[in-house]
Design a protein around this ligand. Structure first.
Ligand SMILES: Cc1ncc(COP(=O)(O)O)c(C=O)c1O
Length: 391
């Protein structure tokens, strides 16, 4: 009897989804397990999509995306990060951030190749590596003096003759860790010295709280790298513009990879949806005004949850600089999935188990704080009682 391909079977199910699937069968769950804001997409972006449809943006587009959108993305990089990116040769629009990772990784790895991944990390990067019959090698970010840091010795030790790629995410899901300029320079140098590709996931770059003022982006690796570096950056409209369901992202890459990624796009989804690409131009041009209030709200939520968590018994939690997650460590916790499962069924609070995020994740849980205070307050109360009761 034919069987499912080994590479497909090698991809483990998402442990976040397991919690979510159980939660979706229940009423009244306080949902903090997924990585999305419950703010709706701003009206002006929805209107732009409707207008684009009326204007006839309903046909196939270029594999690399609408030239106008790529130009607007380049203008966005100039304005927000102060970096020049050639839109014609280095930007490929993709049907989501996950699709940017997918098509990017496809361009870089052959079966049997190894990819180093800084973890705890959102599991999709490792799963995509596995789907290509390649091997993810997880290198944990150790927590030192209350801050996650890059362990360059561990990276050197994990490298083999099959290593082709290093992947990291900054700002990080689930840690909220943001690579400093020094860490970025060290990671770039590591990749250059060992002839590796570097793939950086920057989908949370606008959700950054440690700048001189809110609205300042997290530092992008693109500001340090040269155009001919073996570098790819995966990006998305999902988080900055509350557009998770729209499925739109982009890749910035060396011109040869960008060209190849656009070509592969043809055989995966051909291109991102045309009227959504058009609406994204409006999001880029007019989105800053909506971003700032969202950042104020997220920062206040982060501080509220941090304070609540720090009062709970056995909980230590570093203060994250970016994204919208907290990743508290719970003393003595050996099975974070079981903990989240019991928390869900006994208190109707849904959070994600640390084990879902790979090496270094067990013993912690992930809380997405991009929810209303009316959800966060009872969720923190119930988590505190659950921990106090020693369950
Ligand atoms: C680190 C990271 N990268 C990429 C994505 C993908 O975003 P999307 O596929 O919605 O654009 C997510 C979504 O949660 C994420 O957390």
């Amino acid at each position: 009897m034919p069987t499912i391909a080994a590479s497909a079977r090698a991809v483990p199910a998402s442990r976040i989804r397991e919690i979510a699937n159980a939660a979706m069968q229940m009423d009244g769950v306080l949902k903090l397990y997924f990585g999305e804001s419950n703010l709706p997409t701003p009206e002006f972006i929805k209107r732009a999509a409707t207008k684009a449809m009326a204007e006839g943006y309903t046909y196939y587009t270029e594999n690399a995306g609408l030239p106008g959108l790529r130009q607007d993305l380049a203008a966005h990089y100039r304005r927000v990060h102060g970096v020049a990116i050639d839109p014609a040769t280095r930007i490929v629009v993709t049907a989501s951030g996950v699709q940017a990772l997918n098509v990017g990784i496809r361009c870089l790895l052959d079966p049997g190749d190894e990819a180093l991944i800084l973890t705890p990390a959102w599991p999709n990067g490792a799963a995509i590596v596995r789907m290509g019959n390649a091997v993810p090698v997880e290198v944990p970010l150790p927590l030192r003096d209350g801050r996650y840091t890059v362990d360059f010795n561990a990276l050197e030790a994990a490298r083999t003759t099959r290593t082709r790629l290093l992947i990291y995410t900054s700002p990080s899901n689930p840690l909220g860790w943001v690579a400093t300029r020094e860490e970025q320079a060290g990671l770039l140098d590591f990749a250059r010295r060992h002839d590796l590709w570097l793939l950086v996931d920057e989908v949370y770059d606008r959700l950054y709280y440690a700048g001189a003022s809110l609205g300042e982006p997290a530092p992008s690796i693109l500001c340090l790298a040269a155009p001919d570096d073996a570098l790819l950056v995966a990006q998305s409209f999902s988080k900055t513009y509350c557009m998770t369901g729209w499925r739109l992202g982009w890749l910035v890459a060396r011109p040869d990879v960008a060209e190849r990624a656009a070509q592969l796009n043809e055989f995966i989804v051909s291109h991102a949806t045309s009227f959504i690409q058009r609406a994204a131009q409006t999001a880029l041009r007019d989105g800053e005004d909506e971003l700032l209030p969202m950042l104020h709200r997220l920062k206040a939520n982060r501080d509220f949850c941090l304070e609540a968590l720090r009062r709970m018994p056995g909980v230590t939690v570093p203060s994250p600089d970016g994204a919208f997650y907290l990743f508290p460590r719970i003393e003595g916790l050996a099975d974070s999935f079981d903990f989240c499962w019991r928390l869900l069924h006994e208190t109707k609070v849904g959070i994600a188990p640390g084990v879902a995020f790979g090496a270094g994740g067990e013993g912690s849980v992930r809380i997405c704080y991009a929810a209303e205070r009316s959800i966060l307050e009872p969720a923190m109360d119930r988590l505190a009682s659950f921990l106090r009761s020693g369950r």
